[in-house]
Design a protein around this ligand. Structure first.
Ligand SMILES: [Zn+2]
Length: 415
């Protein structure tokens, strides 16, 4: 028999008592799925099925893990995990009495987050007249309001919410008749599909809702907004409450302690010291860039002088800039090839870890007698190991060899 108000065959015990953790009840139907899961319908349930943006409860039925609870066409299905069924060697039959137990720690966290959202939206509605037009509860609560809020507005609502938490006002559940509901000023009137259930935060909010509710606002513990962003002309808010907010605080505190150690600073001075550090880093970065330019230009001058001093003009010439980065090596080559029409091979790295190279020239050789850079990459691969390739203007790669071996290779290539 379906309940007229809920539209369900199963009695939803959590609607009136969200603190009921366990019930002994009978199995009224069973479905076996091809993926090995089994779905049970029960006569009564303490499990909240997914709905209104909140995931289904988890828990155990006769010690078999319930991974999800879904409502379909007035049927509430408790989905039993395949692995857990196998492990417990559990068999269920219609009419048998089972022990259904909800994962109350998870349920309680979700209630903290859910009622926190009601409170935030209730206060936003009272102060700004905005409605909640979207809600999702996973690890955090995300919801959309249909009007713009500034950071200051959000901070003000957040502060008011926490004061209502400390005020510890009752959270009540009502089941008005449709006629009674008609005259009540509650939020989310449009979302009503079945019979009406209202959750009231005494003095602050009245909203249609199908999910389990706390007894008082004090149980929310704390409400912290994590993010505010404009969304489709309104505002998307992300918040956490209760145990999730406490875990987040612990995590942030641990990070703060690490930073305090790093900057040898007092808690309240750490952000300032981090800002000073970041601005000093920026100065160092700019100075570093300028120094690299100067070194590049000096190296290029030096290299051209070396090449000019050679008795006969070399076809290719290698140089080492051991601590340079790739951009510096490339820039030296780009400067030098304007005055030297051979191939320049720049190496950076060291004998222990090997070298990275870039070889370049100004333009491709006109005839077949010119040296192919791609062929050179192959030759170097054979001589040094490593890898390499590129175009006929520039190749790059690795050379896990010692400097003397590399210099010898180029010396032989020229003679
Ligand atoms: Zn709700």
């Amino acid at each position: 028999m379906k309940n007229e108000r809920t539209g369900c065959r199963t009695k939803l015990l959590y609607e009136e008592d969200a603190y009921l953790k366990e019930v002994k009840t009978s199995v009224t139907d069973i479905q076996n799925s091809s993926d090995g899961t089994v779905r049970l319908e029960l006569s009564e349930t303490v499990f909240f099925p997914e709905g209104g943006g909140q995931a289904g409860d988890r828990g155990w039925i006769d010690d078999v893990a319930v991974s999800d609870v879904q409502k379909e066409d007035g049927r509430v299905w408790h989905i039993l995990e395949a692995a857990s069924l196998k492990e417990k060697e559990a068999v269920f039959s219609i009419g048998s009495i089972v022990d259904a137990k909800v994962d109350f720690a998870l349920r309680f966290r979700r209630m903290q987050n859910h009622i926190a959202e009601h409170l935030f939206c209730g206060i936003a509605n009272a102060r700004f007249g905005y409605d909640n037009v979207g809600f999702h509860l996973s690890d955090v609560v995300t919801f959309d309001l249909d009007g713009a809020l500034s950071d200051e507005d959000v901070a003000m609502i957040e502060d008011s919410c926490n004061r209502v938490v400390w005020e510890n006002v009752p959270v009540l559940v009502h089941f008005p008749t449709p006629d009674e509901a008609e005259s009540l000023p509650f939020r989310s009137k449009l979302e009503l599909s079945e019979g009406i259930r209202l959750v009231e935060i005494k003095g602050y909010d009245l909203c249609a809702c199908c999910a389990p509710a706390l007894h008082t606002t004090g149980e929310i513990g704390i409400i912290k907004v994590l993010d505010r962003m404009p969304h489709r002309g309104g505002t998307r808010i992300t918040l956490i409450a209760g145990e999730d907010a406490w875990m987040d605080y612990q995590n942030l505190d641990a990070q703060m302690r690490e930073l305090m150690k790093l900057f040898s600073s007092k808690r309240e001075l750490t952000a300032g010291m981090a800002a000073d550090y970041a601005s000093r880093m920026q100065e160092v970065h700019l100075q570093n860039t300028e120094l690299k330019k100067e070194i590049t230009s000096l190296c290029a001058k030096d290299l051209l002088r070396e090449i000019k001093a050679c008795e006969s003009k070399p076809e290719m010439y290698c140089f080492f800039m051991k601590s340079a980065d790739e951009v510096m090596v490339r820039n030296v080559i780009n400067i030098c090839v304007k005055q030297y029409d051979g191939i320049l091979a720049g190496f950076r790295g060291n004998d222990e870890d090997g070298y990275r190279y870039v070889c370049g020239r100004l333009e491709e050789p006109g005839g077949p007698e010119g040296i192919s850079l791609r062929a050179l990459a192959k030759e170097m691969k054979e001589a040094f190991g490593g890898s390499g390739g590129g175009s006929e203007i520039m190749i790059q790669g690795s050379a896990p060899a010692r400097e003397v071996v590399i210099r010898e290779f180029f010396h032989k290539r020229n003679s």
